[in-house]
Write a protein that binds this ligand. Structure first.
Ligand SMILES: [Ca+2]
Ligand SMILES: [Ca+2]
Ligand SMILES: [Ca+2]
Length: 392
């Protein structure tokens, strides 16, 4: 007797109870909208097909032994699991009834999971570090700021924040899914504003689904491939290491700078240099709650977007917005240019990834550049909005 077939035979011969035990699936499910439903069969099969009935016909949604169901809209959804076992196909049909949430969701950022800025001229002030604060204190401060729509800085290249909502952001087909606010602006001078020049400090956005359902951001991350993803000067798998300045390092003063050789950095391209301390911001730039004497960040590096428009004197920099797909890149009033589609997700090799939604969003400073008196470029973020929920 083929023991792989045993559960199926039991299913035919015995009660519905046996069917539930043997397949590991219920006859039907209730789930709140924008919440993941974990479906997994206990049966070993040669092939699995999870199929959704849609008005347009059957839609194959997964060929794994498990499937995460997620829907933005209330209603009844009809799924079936087809199992191929030794040349026979067994089908289990079940409805999923998606109901309204018991506690009304917020469309805005609800949690910050991690705040890890790179050094920068607003670090330790936005949010403010107070003596004795540890990483958890700073995470909580960043969370308080983002949930009340106040601004936090991510510092220089690579610095990031990881946040989420009180529900999963659904990747609605052919639709932007969430919106991010920053402090980008266009110049008052039309010759620059017409080219979207001003202060654009693009941050790269990543998404992650809580695939192991433990509510922690310990799952694979995917970059949302913005307009510059394929740019010849975009660097992938780049890394940058900053070192805490030695207390006894030689302080070199220059016009506008109180410490020119301030924070040493070195990158994976073999480049090295210093982040300068300017006279406008005199606090420590290295995150003071970090015990380690060096900070390493890895990711994609966008081409520099700042241009010296003072004829080489270094006194007037304009930072031009990239076309689309980055945080803190266009003024907030351009909603579409600050909106993001989870369908832009790509894996480490640049291959598109189909995610049903995102539980975790990460933004990191995507450029490494210094723009005269403006200092190093740093992405700033405020709160995020789920575009699939009505705003109060
Ligand atoms: Ca989408
Ligand atoms: Ca997880
Ligand atoms: Ca900014």
């Amino acid at each position: 007797m083929n023991y792989k077939l045993l559960p199926i035979l039991l299913l035919c011969a015995c009660s519905r109870e046996v069917e539930q035990v043997s397949l590991g699936l219920n006859d039907y499910y209730y789930v709140q909208r924008m919440q993941k439903l974990w479906l997994q069969t206990a049966v070993q099969a040669d092939a699995y097909r999870w199929v959704m009935d849609t008005p347009q016909g059957d839609s194959l949604v997964s060929t794994a032994d498990r499937h995460i169901f997620l829907a933005a809209d209330e209603g009844e959804y009809h799924l079936r699991l087809e199992l191929d076992i030794d040349g026979h196909t067994t089908t289990h049909r079940f409805p999923v009834i998606v109901i309204h949430e018991q506690v009304e969701y917020s469309p805005y950022t609800a949690h910050v999971y991690e705040y890890r800025p790179a050094p920068g001229q607003y670090v330790n002030t936005m949010p403010p570090y107070e003596p004795g604060d540890n990483a958890e204190d700073m995470r909580r401060k960043a969370e308080e700021d983002l949930t009340r729509d106040a601004m936090i800085t991510l510092g220089g290249y690579g610095g990031y924040v990881t946040f989420g909502f009180d529900h999963t952001v659904v990747n609605r087909p052919d639709s932007m899914d969430f919106h991010l606010k920053g402090n980008a602006f266009y110049s008052d001078l039309p010759e620059y504003a017409d080219l979207h020049g001003g202060s654009a400090e693009p941050g790269i956005v990543m998404v992650s689904l809580d695939a192991n359902m433990n509510r922690l951001p310990d799952d694979p991350w995917y970059e949302l491939a913005g307009s510059e993803y394929q740019h010849p000067h975009t660097l992938h798998h780049y890394s940058m290491t900053y070192r805490r300045p030695a207390p006894d390092h030689e302080v070199v003063k220059r016009s506008g700078y109180s410490d020119y050789n301030y924070i040493p950095w070195r990158d994976s391209e073999g480049q090295e240099g210093y982040m300068h301390k300017n006279t406008a911001h005199t606090q420590d730039y290295y995150p003071l709650w970090v015990a380690e004497d060096s900070l390493c960040f890895t990711g994609t590096r966008l081409p520099p977007n700042g241009r010296d428009e003072s004829g080489g004197r270094g006194t007037y920099y304009v930072l031009y917005a990239l076309p689309w797909g980055y945080a803190d890149n266009h003024p907030n009033r351009y909603a579409q240019l600050n909106s993001f589609d989870i369908a832009w997700a790509v894996d480490d090799s640049g291959r598109p990834v189909q995610l049903p939604g995102a539980d975790f969003i990460r933004v990191y400073t995507g450029v490494h550049q210094h723009c005269g008196q403006l200092g190093e470029t740093s992405t700033e973020v405020l709160r995020a909005t789920d575009l699939h929920l009505a705003q109060p």
